[in-house]
Write a protein that binds this ligand. Structure first.
Ligand code: NDP
Ligand code: GDR
Length: 352
């Protein structure tokens, strides 16, 4: 791993650069003149498809995006990366980020999503890296809390191993800020989606299924809890808030959300309509089905997608971010569904 000569103070390290948010954030930082370093995990198959379009051959002159192998479970790799890169800003987006999966691998999730953050903060302290630090905190931390909408002052009530690990990471970030005078902040982000969303998260699962059913590539869609509601925004908007938080004079935590909450069923209806697949909903609960115009069952409920503890309803109050960061979401719920189905239609055409 060779360090390039510092051009300016715009040198950022992103963990989780291969994920949905990492790819949008890398694009944003490159467009602002940053030199971007991304930590990637070794994988037996390529895991960089979301950043292939911005990848540069390290042999080229003036390389601005560099990747290095590392893992949030491996303190020595983190220490080595920090010493080599000497970033001015660190965005910790790496995580085992799937809530349902966290019930199946709770210990691993805690290691990566919770203790990984402490490894990173401790490495910064040990190596004397005075970078500004962003922690990807989550609305899942609010869990079943009664207060609605949820803001920076709402107490946490985590309902999954993922959320428990994120609460730990949230407090560790605050604790390092208070104990060591570090510029370390939490973005408490509500769900954000895009055509780059992982295919097992519900919005992408739905938009992809709608496109594939319309293209004759898939017979039906199996879902879990259709009644859950979430505050869904566009990932491209949310990475701007991450950057804005690190440009402030004072380190502070912010809720980032649209302020609107919609059900899984509503997202499904929008996507199916967008794909020209009008749904007729009938029945309640487990037997609920969405029937296609020809009477074919297009949406089926499969209890395997239910969670041992569900978060029923989340909606965020981002007024502090609007006021202090000047941040605004630009993509509505309906526009998000339209954008995702259009991208998945194009992908489905490639599969024909
Ligand atoms: P993704 O699941 O798309 O990306 C997760 C990233 O973390 C991937 O790059 C993944 O690498 C990497 N990663 C996983 N395990 C490790 C590990 N052991 N060491 C290093 N890197 C690892 O998540 P999103 O982009 O959607 O989310 C980004 C962050 O924001 C996550 O921390 C998530 O929990 C949090 N968050 C997300 C929200 C959302 O709605 N998207 C809302 C609130 C918080 P690989 O590609 O190899 O799997
Ligand atoms: P979430 O997102 O758990 O909110 O975490 P997800 O899309 O997985 O679930 C949202 C809601 O949809 C319901 N649901 C289903 N979910 C999935 N994945 N698959 C299904 O088939 C299905 N059917 C219904 C779920 O029960 C849930 O209520 C996301 C992740 O990005 C986290 O990392 C992040 O912290 C939070 O958003 C904010």
């Amino acid at each position: 791993m060779t360090k390039s000569p510092p051009r300016n103070n715009l040198r950022a390290l992103i963990t989780g650069i291969t994920g949905q948010d990492g790819s949008y954030l890398a694009e944003l930082l490159l467009s602002k003149g940053y030199e971007v370093w991304g930590m990637v995990r070794r994988s037996s198959s390529f895991n960089t498809h979301r950043i292939d379009h911005i990848y540069q051959d390290p042999h080229e002159a003036d390389v601005r995006l560099r990747l290095c192998y590392g893992d949030l479970n491996d303190a020595s790799s983190i220490n080595h990366i920090l010493r080599t890169v000497e970033p001015n800003e660190i965005y910790n987006l790496g995580a085992q980020s799937h809530v349902k999966v966290s019930f199946e691998i709770p210990e691993y999730t805690t290691e990566v999503t919770g203790i990984g953050v402490i490894r990173l903060l401790e490495a910064m302290r040990e190596e004397g890296i005075r970078a500004k630090f962003y922690q990807a905190s989550s609305s899942e931390q609010f869990g079943k809390v009664c207060e609605s909408p949820q803001s920076e002052s709402t107490p946490f009530d985590p309902q999954s191993p993922y959320a428990v690990a994120k609460v730990m990471a949230f407090h560790a970030t605050r604790n390092y800020r208070q104990s060591y005078d570090m510029f370390a902040v939490n973005g408490i982000m509500f769900n954000h989606e895009s055509p780059r969303r992982g295919e097992t998260f519900v919005t992408r699962k739905i938009s992809r299924a709608a496109a594939r059913i319309a293209s004759g590539l898939q017979a039906c869609l199996f879902l879990g809890n259709l009644a859950a509601t979430r505050d869904w925004g566009f990932a491209g908007d949310y990475v701007k808030a991450m950057w804005l938080m690190l440009q402030q004079d004072k380190p502070q935590d912010y809720v980032i959300a649209t302020g609107e909450s919609h059900s899984v069923r509503e997202f499904c209806e929008l996507c199916f309509a967008e794909a020209d697949l009008p749904l007729t909903w009938e029945g309640e609960g487990l037997n609920e089905t969405g029937l296609g115009p020809d009477g074919r069952v297009l949406v089926r409920v499969d209890p395997r997608y239910f969670r041992p503890a569900e978060v029923d309803h989340l909606v965020g109050d981002a007024s502090k971010a609007r006021r202090e960061l000047g941040w605004e979401p630009t993509v509505s719920f309906a526009e998000l569904a339209k954008m995702m189905v259009a991208a998945d239609m194009q992908l489905a055409r490639g599969e024909l």
